[in-house]
Design a protein around this ligand. Sequence first.
Ligand code: PLP
Length: 221
Amino acid sequence: MTDAQTRLAAVKHKIAEAEKTAGRAAGSTRLIAVSKTFPAEAIEPVLAAGQRIFGENRVQEAAAKWPGLMEKYPDAELHLIGPLQTNKVRPAVNMFHAIHTLDRDRLAAALAKEIAKQGRHPELFVEVNTGDEEQKAGVAPSEAAAFVERCRAEHGLEISGLMCIPPFHEDPGPHFALLAKLAGECGVRDLSMGMSADYETAIAHGATRVRVGSAIFGARG
Ligand SMILES: *Cc1c(COP(=O)(O)O)cnc(C)c1O
């Protein structure tokens, strides 16, 4: 096994243990292997080991790396976990099975238009800025329910869940708890939360998607 394959197995084991500890069903958390910055050659062994869901944070990088991998592994799923500009909505809807960073009306309108045009329906997650951090993307927690409602009523979008990236230097637990509470208020089912350092905590708070990069692929350069 390669290093990445060994680490993938360890992460999957820890996810299963965290589900058990939390009293949750086995397999209720899906692992997104975050392959951003890593080249196709580094991703291939992880595909070969059976992993099928991958996260990328830039449309252009994904478009350069993934077509060849997709040819070999047509059942692979790509998730966009980084910010999306409205001028990249067309390739994003074309390429990604899920978009985790919907956070403004202009983007919702552009996505609705492109989804109708292409007839493709990526899963959509609304990003919430749970720490109310000034420079961070995402809707404010106090705006989340109203924004999800506008996505549905005004833009005609189906929203699968909420996503958050807790403030770097804070205990992530309260942020995961807040996102879970907001999901209840918004009537959405999925929670995209938890990264390499805190995915077990996220699972304890109900994460249905964890986004794990360095714990699988190693440190990013
Ligand atoms: C990079 C990234 C991750 C993965 O981070 P690791 O700490 O390497 O697991 C998860 N989510 C988002 C939004 C990211 O940008």
